[in-house]
Ligand binder design. Structure first.
Ligand code: SF4
Length: 214
């Protein structure tokens, strides 16, 4: 459910590069800051204004959308008449720059992915937490989600507690892929489902054809 008025929705996969290198993702380590093409902002804005509609534009990526250099400039101009939503790992400096300027009233939802192991490996926990606290304090409708990656099962409670101590509440999303010779999410055990607190959402993770428990 959305919190902003709009009559057209655009889901925009801005790029397929990322500054992180999560083990459960193919986009990682593909960051080429200086070679990725900027958005032609004037052409894009002219295109959507010709429709006469008010848009909600969700920026996401096969990677991290804020690695596209002029995304903040586009967003500030779009926000003059349209609404925005984001999927981001919150790490690029230009994400922080935009969210410190943009009015939360123009943003439907800021979905922040929290990749604990990568944040730890790159010593980025403090940076993430600082930006997360800023966007919450500014009043953005924000969610923080981490992947229930089987390879990180034992570390998750510690990371989740650490973030909770900074006022950041984490929700877990299922892992989709192969790990240790098994296919997920189908291979989550009943114990895993309890452990991750999936509860009644467990049916999301059953193999196609399995019955749901509601
Ligand atoms: S932050 Fe997201 S896009 Fe980047 S490597 Fe991790 S899972 Fe992939």
């Amino acid at each position: 459910m959305t919190s902003v008025p709009y009559d057209a929705w655009l889901h925009w996969v801005v790029n397929d590069v990322c500054n992180l290198a999560c083990p459960y993702c193919s986009a990682g380590n593909s960051w080429k800051y200086d070679t990725y093409a900027p958005i032609d902002i004037d052409t894009f804005l002219q295109s959507i204004e010709r429709t006469g509609k008010t848009f909600l534009v969700r920026f996401t990526g096969g990677g991290e959308p804020f690695l596209t250099r002029n995304l903040p400039e586009l967003c500030l101009r779009l926000a003059e008449r349209h609404y925005l939503a984001f999927n981001t790992n919150l790490i690029p400096a230009r994400a922080r720059q935009l969210f410190s300027q943009l009015s939360p009233d123009r943003v439907d939802n800021l979905h922040c992915s929290v990749h604990f192991a990568e944040l730890e490996r790159q010593d980025l926990h403090a940076r993430f937490i600082d930006t997360a606290q800023m966007v919450m304090a500014r009043g953005f409708n924000t969610t923080f989600a981490a992947v229930a990656y089987p390879g990180h099962r034992d570390r998750l409670p510690q990371w989740i507690d650490m973030y909770r101590s900074h006022g950041i509440r984490i929700i877990l999303a299922p892992f989709n892929g192969e790990w240790d010779g098994k296919t997920y999410p189908q291979s989550y055990s009943e114990d895993d489902i309890r452990y991750y607190g999936f509860g009644k959402r467990a049916h999301y993770f059953q193999a196609p054809g399995a019955s749901a428990d509601g």
